[in-house]
Design a binder for this molecule. Sequence first.
Ligand code: ADP
Ligand code: MG
Length: 218
Amino acid sequence: MSEQRAAGTAGMDVGFFRAWIDRAGDEVATEKERLTALDAAIGDGDHGTNLHRGFSAVREALAAEPPASPGELLTQVGTTLIAKVGGASGPLYGTVFRRLGKALGEAETVDVRELATAFQAGLEGLTKLGGASVGDKTMVDVFAPAVDALRAAAADGASAEEALNLAADVAEAGARETIPRRARKGRASYLGERSEGHEDPGAASAALLWRALARTAE
Ligand code: ADP
Ligand code: MG
């Protein structure tokens, strides 16, 4: 475990969140084709390229203007994703990150309970903007249960590593659970029953972000 990732005791600092976003960007780059193939099946086949473009721009923005706090970093990530990702997922992910950043304010370090509360605000921003509920076969099917799991684990006194690993397990299960569902929001909903039997691309990318976060805490 590197010093900046000593999330369990010292709290998560700007270096921790930077490491998360770098890892997430690497994962998006690696999984770009898979995400795009999922979107080709029930959407327009751009989800992997959309996110890859967004996270490349995020990397450049963070290098050009290194943020001083977790809140500032996450707000910058959100603003960049909104500006650079075409498609529904840009504003939706952007809103999650901007809400996370706003909730964390100017604190230099964040503990797991504060992170859980911030993710709750992120989830509320996501559902308010997109209008989706759990079961509609979107990224909400991942975010909602993962945020619940994170909040419950934090309330039980779990370490960041334990809580984030639990949340990532729940996130991956949430993504798998989208497979049999019929899409009720977004482009895939135009397909009606033909959307059944495919994993939702936004749910898949959301699970990837949660796993990257858990790995950062290990
Ligand atoms: P687009 O659908 O505009 O091409 P993307 O392909 O980048 O955008 O992203 C598609 C993903 O966005 C979907 O798989 C779904 O998870 C998510 N999504 C779409 N609409 C909504 C919504 N209203 N609420 C939540 N998530 C949504
Ligand atoms: Mg698409």
